[in-house]
Design a protein around this ligand. Sequence first.
Ligand SMILES: [Zn+2]
Length: 264
Amino acid sequence: MKHKLEVYLLDLGSLHAKRESIVCRGHEEDLSRMDLPVMAVLIRHREGVLLFDTGCRPDAMEGGWPDNMQQAFPLTRSAGQALERQLSLCGVSPDQVDTVVLSHLHLDHAGNGRLFPHARLIVPAADYPMACRSVCEEEPTRRGGYIRQDLEELPAKVVQIGRDTQLFPGVRLLWLPGHTPGLLGMMISGGGKTILFPSDAVYTAANYGPPPLSPRSPYDKALLLQSMERVRKLQKEFGAQVIFSHDIETWKTLPKAPQPLFAE
Ligand SMILES: [Zn+2]
């Protein structure tokens, strides 16, 4: 590679969810739906190739997800939006990915683990045991957005992280709890530019505010609002660009693989 750091946004399709579950203003029932992009971030760094999130499993809408999840979050994805195809746009094959970071283990972030059997897997420490317990629930509606097979297919080498952690020079994981007990965001800095990926600590621009607006059912609303405030503080401190996890309007404006979002 000709740069010391390249960052790519991978387009993994979109979910179609009830607006009121994402941007909950607390008044009357709103049955309209909105598109939520599903993304991953590929980082080619001199010290390794890192993938942040892995999208939805390939058979999600063919029985890989339980019916309640297929109905709540129907997924649209073309062949070109498969994770392998998106990686190949950047000249990367799955076996070249040496580190996979899952911001959390929900079904739109933790599918496709089978592609990376030899990678080091980084997950939020507080989420991992909870996800493992949830998928054992008999009743699908009590599994909280976790898919048993996703967890079973994850790489075996698991590192659990419960605080801010520097992974490579310029690449830092951020502890942003609230959406889930220990969600991990990411901050990338280089060449005078900083990019923040808060993952589902900030779904959309409407959630970010100000004032910040919680989605309907986070794990811990007070913690989530604190994490959003932390993202805002970091944004100001570093003059950072914030990339929301599921904002279709911002997503449309961003360069996606094979165009780098950023190269240094
Ligand atoms: Zn999500």
